[in-house]
Ligand binder design. Structure first.
Ligand code: AMP
Length: 112
């Protein structure tokens, strides 16, 4: 099981924000901004580069969860960034697709 499957199964405790039948959202354990949430599908897709057309509905729900989580965390108006890391150079560490939602401060562009 990936660490995110264990979180979804309740085997590892996190600060949960939002749960649906298909997705979970929780606070990142090593936050890089005042608001740093992860949105994770319960079904494992290793990374966005391995998603297939059959995943389109789930990917849509994953992205549509971002503004909902942003509203719940109070950054919908101030702004937020949605990030998916794919592979080594992007810094991917967990091989279970997840969306980072970052906000609560002014974020630099381009990212480091
Ligand atoms: P990535 O580097 O894009 O693969 O992101 C993985 C993220 O998962 C990192 O930001 C970690 O801080 C976060 N993370 C890993 N394990 C946990 C955990 N047990 N609880 C909360 N966040 C975690």
């Amino acid at each position: 099981m990936t660490i995110f499957e264990k979180i979804a199964a309740g085997q590892i405790s996190v600060r949960m924000i939002h749960e649906t039948a298909e997705l979970i959202a929780f606070h990142d354990g090593n936050p890089q901004a005042p608001v740093h949430a992860l949105i994770v599908p319960r079904r494992v897709i290793a990374r966005i580069g391995e998603a297939t057309p059959g995943d389109a509905e789930l990917l849509g729900k994953l992205l549509l969860a971002a503004p909902e989580v942003a509203r719940l965390l109070g950054v919908a108006e101030s702004g937020y960034r949605v990030v998916i890391n794919n592979g080594r150079d992007a810094g991917e560490t967990v091989p279970h697709l997840h969306v980072h939602l970052l906000g609560g401060r002014s974020l630099q562009w381009p990212p480091g």
